[in-house]
Design a protein around this ligand. Structure first.
Ligand code: DI6
Ligand code: FE
Length: 399
């Protein structure tokens, strides 16, 4: 990789304006080390940034590099049989209650050592990086015992030692109740000690949970969140995915970074998220895979000013989807986002959903994490299905 210092002849979607793309025509971007030093119209480029050998882009579009703010890319095995069962008529909940679903991935993940988990995760990270992704959030939650939860998080952290990408971890011990265990006992005896051990090892950037009839109640999640707060960790929640249980309101009470899925969220939930400053993370891959019909309340999010992000939710059960561009397309076609909202959702608002303030827009002082696309219009990124127009990616100033 080579150091890039000046980009010229670009069409830049800064994503830094309050609405829309923040487009600059015939733009230049000056980079100092890992950081954006200047962005603007080429004719205004200060003389000190002039460079005899710029990277000339011939009108290509530059956006912030994409951010996938909700994934489960560290896991063992796959669930193709479950896919078949659903097509034969079984529901996600029925499969979960019959011992399939998340619990079957738990078995495969427990059986995998760290190098095996890492190798599979690197393949998945590569698919995202190939689409211009620079930050990937990765969750635990397929261990459900202390040792495997820690192993998953170690594998997640190791990704960035092997690839030019930034990893943000979430501890998701409260993801499912292990077979023949009581949910409350699991929280006390395994989930909370695992969280403390993982935090002590520096493996946790945020704490997540699955608040659902087939997983944990709001009261149980609240106990996990209380421990997170005591450790000084931010929280987020899988909330209102399959039913309305009050997870979104709970997340808002804890000033969560985000509430994710939120298909069954109400207008009151939207108001609560707006007041807490939490991001609504939309996951159309799970909605599509599970043949869901209840759409997230996008109009209420808009009217109450809730920032919306879009992510893959890449996991082996409800969203075996390795394309963030496809998630953007689905967020538009299935949930009615505009292409500008979808791109905001995988850049600026995705950074916010991870509590990151140094990326997600193209502005002086932000990290030089950029995606260069062979497209004319920013809307093209969400428009095509299964087409990857990435020309190049710059990560921390290196291209
Ligand atoms: N909701 C999801 O979409 C994933 N986890 C969750 O809580 C699904 C995980 C899986 O089915 O393996
Ligand atoms: Fe998820």
């Amino acid at each position: 990789m080579t150091q890039v210092q000046l980009i010229t002849g670009a069409r830049v979607a800064t994503m830094a304006a309050p609405d829309g793309y923040g487009l600059i025509e015939d733009a230049a971007i000056a980079i100092d080390g890992e950081t954006i030093a200047w962005v603007g119209s080429s004719e205004d480029l200060p003389a000190d940034f002039a460079n005899a050998d710029p990277l000339r882009l011939d009108g290509r579009l530059v956006t912030p590099a994409l951010i996938d703010c909700h994934t489960h890319i560290v896991h063992g095995g796959h669930r193709a049989r479950e896919f078949e069962m659903r097509l034969e008529g079984a529901s996600y909940e029925e499969i979960a209650r019959a011992g399939g679903g998340i619990v079957s991935t738990v078995e495969a993940t427990r059986a995998a050592d760290e190098p095996t988990l890492l190798a599979a995760a690197l393949t998945r990270a590569d698919a995202l990086i190939a689409e211009g992704v620079s930050v990937i959030e990765v969750k635990s939650g397929y261990g459900l015992d202390i040792e495997t939860e820690l192993r998953m998080l170690r594998a997640a952290r190791a990704i960035e030692k092997h690839r030019p990408v930034r990893i943000v971890t979430s501890f998701l011990g409260a993801h499912a109740v292990p077979k023949s265990t009581d949910a409350d006992a699991y929280i006390d005896d395994i989930c909370l000690p695992a969280l403390v051990a993982a935090h002590t090892e520096g493996l946790v950037d945020a704490v997540d949970g699955f608040c659902e009839g087939i997983a944990f109640s709001p009261d149980q999640i609240a106990r996990v969140f209380d421990r997170a707060k005591a450790l000084g960790l931010p929280v987020k929640l899988h909330a209102e995915q399959l039913s309305h249980l009050g997870g979104t309101a709970l997340a808002a009470r804890y000033h969560a970074l985000s509430a994710d899925h939120v298909e069954y969220a109400t207008e009151d939930d939207a108001i609560a998220l707006a007041q807490s400053g939490s991001v609504a993370v939309l996951l159309p891959g799970a909605f599509y895979t599970l043949h869901e019909t209840q759409k997230p309340p996008v109009d209420a999010f808009r009217s109450h000013g809730v920032p919306m992000a879009v992510a893959t939710d890449w996991n082996p059960g409800s969203s075996p989807m390795g394309s963030l561009l496809l998630a953007m397309n689905m967020a538009c076609t299935l949930f009615g986002l505009t292409p500008a909202e979808a791109l905001t959702g995988t850049t600026r608002n995705a950074a916010r959903a991870l509590g990151l303030t140094d990326c997600g827009t193209i502005a002086p002082g932000r990290r030089a994490d950029l995606a260069i696309w062979d497209v004319e219009e920013p809307a093209e990124l969400a428009y095509r299905i299964g087409v990857n127009p990435l020309h190049a990616r710059i990560f921390g100033g290196q291209g």
